[in-house]
Structures are given as C-alpha cells and as structure tokens.
Design a protein around this ligand. Structure first.
Ligand code: HEM
Length: 299
C-alpha cells in the first residue's frame, strides 16, 4: 500500500482517488462511507463522469444494478435470485451449441472479432432462450462500452443528435425482455467476457501454453476484471488510501489489482455487498469452453 496510489485533486477541474491495491480495495469496498449514489457534484470532470454514468447506464429511469446505490434502489433480493439461478445452471453442467461455437472460436476458427457476438448470445440466452446476437446487437454493445468514456466532442455531439445511445440501449433491452440485469450483462459486462475469450484464443494458439493449461489455469489467465468501478463518499474522511471529501470520486482499479494478484475474486468483487451475481457462472462458462476447445471432458 502507500506509494502506488495518490489522489489527484485540481480545484475546479478534477478530484479522484485511484486505488489499485487489492487489500485497500477490499477495505474500501467494505466501508459503507463509499457508495454508488453518484450525485452529480464536485469539480467539472467529476460532474461529467457522474452525469454520464447516470444518463447512460439506466433503464426505464432506474440505474442499472451495478451502478445503483446500496439501499432500496438496488434490487438486492433479485441479485441473490440471479446468482442462485446462475449458480444452479453452472452446477448442472454447461453444454450445448453456444459452448461449441465459443470453443471453435477459441480454437481459432472464424474472425478474431467474432467472439464478442458469440459471448453476447451465450449471456443473452440466460434471459431469453431464443436470444440471437447479430452485428446490430454487438454494435449496440460497443456503443454502451464507449459512451461513458468518450471525450471526443464531435463523436459525442453526433451520438446525442442521433439518439445513438438511447437506441442502443433500447435494442439490447428489447432482446432481454427489459431485464436490467440482462441489459447490463449483454451490453456492458459482455466486454469483459469477450476479452476473456479473446485471451483464451491467444493462449490456445500457443501450443506450449495450451498443453500446460488446466481449465483452472486457463480461466485465471483469461479473466479480465472491469478496469475500474466507482465509489462516491457520502462524507469526508480519511482511509488507508488517504483523505477524501464528498467531492472525491474513488476509482477502484480492479483490473490492475487483478493482474497483480493471481486468482479472480477481485474481478467480481467477491465477498463484497456488490459482488457480481455471475461470479460462479462466468468462470464455469470459461472453463467449460476451454475443456471443449482442447477436446477433452475429463479434466
Ligand atoms: C467477465 C465478466 C464479468 C465481470 C468481470 C463482472 C464483474 C462485476 C463487478 C466487479 C461488479 C461489482 C461492481 C461494483 O461494485 O461497482 C459486478 C456487478 C454486477 N454484475 Fe457482473 N461481471 C461480469 C459479468 C456479468 C454478467 C454476465 C452479468 C449478468 C448476467 C453480470 C451482472 C452483474 C450485476 C447485476 C451486478 C450488480 C451487483 C450488485 O451491485 O448488487 N455480470 N460485476
């Protein structure tokens, strides 16, 4: 801890506290002074980021579950129901055509950029058994991926004028029967899964690495955590990462911490109040696809 993290505070412009140390992230994640209320306050860049999260990651006026504050807004019971459902699917053994096409992708078949669409279909089918991902649905997911972080003013203007973000969200939500978790899974979280399959494809392409990788090792090597998740302090105070005010935006840099610390609990914030309900299903899917790709089922 200590020297890797430092707050960047420039009056009127920005006030952020990036944290990329696994132990400190765990402490902050458990500290209820840090929440996801995302009130649009603080210096300019903070307000821009907070405004975008609140305007983009919503459905029918409500924040998507991963950006909802702790409390009545966040559908905690539905989160545990989702996790129970996904865990049961994983425990039952994943199989079927969606697994086979993903395994073929890992083996190097088809174009390198096709993995996203295949992953999107596998997640979409958790919400609609007939979900069919296509170029349009994948482009919509790319819009949701790029929208919160685009600082290209012309691009943003064009997107605003054409309602591109709203259209992308509408299209993806329509395919999952307006389920907010389904929209998040197929539009936002899907990029981590797509990247994980791309990494597996690279791993598979190297015969030495392929031969040495047990499913568990392949999953650990492929797992990609979200680059960062945001926390907004509800009060000013001090923390193991240093002092902060209500206007500080705390960036939990999960991917940096994950890359440094083997294992993938960090990637899903496992054990925290906001833990990902797909934390069992995603690694099970990746492991099943890897086994299928290398052509054995006994490992
Ligand atoms: C590689 C894939 C994935 C990774 C790395 C991942 C990671 C995460 C992380 C770190 C959080 C916590 C966010 C925070 O505390 O601010 C989260 C929350 C969440 N994730 Fe995932 N996720 C993945 C895939 C999915 C999928 C496929 C779904 C849906 C099927 C999903 C549904 C959710 C939901 C609903 C939450 C909100 C939990 C809550 O706050 O109550 N995730 N995810």
């Amino acid at each position: 801890m200590g020297d890797r993290m430092s707050r960047i505070a420039i009056p009127g412009l920005v006030d952020i506290l990036p944290i990329d140390d696994a132990a400190t992230i765990a402490v902050i994640a458990a500290d209820r002074r840090f929440d996801r209320e995302y009130v649009r306050r603080g210096p300019m860049l903070n307000r821009i980021v907070l405004g975008r999260v609140r305007s983009i990651l919503t459905l029918a006026g409500a924040p998507l579950p991963p950006v909802a504050e702790h409390g009545p807004v966040r559908p905690a019971p539905s989160q545990s129901a989702t996790q129970a459902r996904l865990d049961a699917l994983a425990a039952g053994g994943l199989a079927g055509p969606d697994i086979d096409v993903l395994a073929a992708y890992v083996r190097g078949e088809g174009g390198a950029t096709q993995g996203g669409k295949l992953a999107q279909q596998a997640v979409g089918r958790l919400f609609d058994p007939y979900y069919s991902a296509d170029d349009e649905s994948w482009s919509a997911a790319l819009v949701l991926r790029d929208a919160p972080s685009s600082f290209n003013p012309l691009k943003r203007l064009i997107w605003a004028l054409t309602g591109r973000i709203a259209k992308a969200r509408e299209l993806l939500a329509g395919k999952v029967n307006q389920d907010p978790t389904g929209l998040h899974g197929t539009g936002v979280a899907i990029h981590n899964l797509a990247e994980a399959f791309a990494r597996m494809r690279t791993l598979y392409a190297d015969p030495a690495a392929r031969g040495q990788s047990s499913p568990a090792a392949a999953v650990a090597a492929a797992m990609v955590a979200p680059k960062q998740v945001l926390r907004q302090p509800t009060v000013a105070g001090t923390s193991p990462a240093g002092p902060f005010t209500e206007n500080t935006l705390v960036l939990l840099q999960l991917e940096k911490a994950n890359a440094r610390t083997p294992g993938y609990d960090m990637a899903f914030m496992a054990g925290s109040w906001s833990a990902c309900p797909a934390q069992g299903w995603v690694p099970a899917l990746l492991a099943t696809v890897w086994r299928d790709a290398i052509g054995g089922s006994a490992q």
